[in-house]
Design a protein around this ligand. Structure first.
Ligand code: FMN
Length: 216
């Protein structure tokens, strides 16, 4: 299995980076054959979009060296995503949504003709068959109660992924991390047990899949 791990916290250390790392480490412990590519958008941020880079991403006929460099970067980010069976995204909630670092990555990889295309019936995602795990961290609690309406992180991530054809999405949530030590411990413990369950389920499915009789 090929894993693409994308982290997007500008902070170091970071809870989402720590938890996405724990998930990938646990998974590779169970599945030693996994290959992992790590794209850390917090430590090595992509430049925000400019007129030049929008032209480069949207039109293949790039002319200036700057445009060509952006096109090459966008191509290589898409290649990484295309090669992956599983996408693990470490995403802190910033101002009710995703960080700008992660948004820019999506701006580079959502490209007509590569990851989706426009059909007469509407846009069609071209990356079906892949799965994603969202490792999301939050200072407050947005999974229930009135603050749920302010959660533009999970719906946005699901929309972006579904747009490129990735509808099989699991969630690991660590929230309430900024609401005192007890709440933080609870949030982290809940996330870690969700990681344990997810990896155990994943391994069981693999064993069941490899034990299933093959059809001629
Ligand atoms: C600029 C900024 C904006 C934030 N906005 C929110 C928010 O809207 N809702 C929330 O619950 N937490 C918010 N937080 C708290 C972070 O989501 C929380 O600290 C999280 O653990 C950060 O993950 P990280 O350690 O991986 O960066 C914000 C933090 C920062 C620095």
């Amino acid at each position: 299995m090929q894993i693409l791990r994308v982290d997007s916290s500008p902070q170091v250390p970071s809870v989402s980076r720590q938890l996405s790392g724990e998930l990938v480490a646990e998974l590779t412990r169970h599945e030693p054959g996994c290959q992992v590519v790590h794209r850390d958008l917090g430590k090595e941020p992509l430049a925000h979009l400019s007129h030049q880079s929008v032209v480069s991403i949207r039109t293949p006929e790039t002319s200036t060296p700057e445009q060509k460099a952006v096109r090459v970067l966008s191509d290589s980010l898409i290649d990484e995503l295309e090669a992956a069976d599983l996408l693990v995204i470490g995403s802190p909630m910033y101002n009710f949504g995703i960080t700008s670092q992660l948004k820019v990555w999506f701006d580079h990889v959502l490209r007509a003709g590569r990851t989706f295309h426009y059909a007469p019936e509407g846009p069609i995602g071209l990356l079906s068959g892949k799965r994603a795990v969202l490792v999301m961290t939050r200072g407050g609690v947005h999974s229930n109660g009135p603050a749920r309406l302010r959660d533009h992180q999970e719906p946005h991530l699901r929309t972006l992924l579904a747009f490129v054809g990735i509808g099989n999405v699991s969630v690991i949530l660590a929230e309430g991390l900024g609401m005192g030590a007890e709440s933080q411990q609870r949030g982290l413990a809940a996330a870690r047990s969700a990681i344990g369950r997810w990896v155990a389920d994943e391994s069981q499915q693999r064993v069941a899949g490899s034990a299933a009789p093959s059809r001629a």
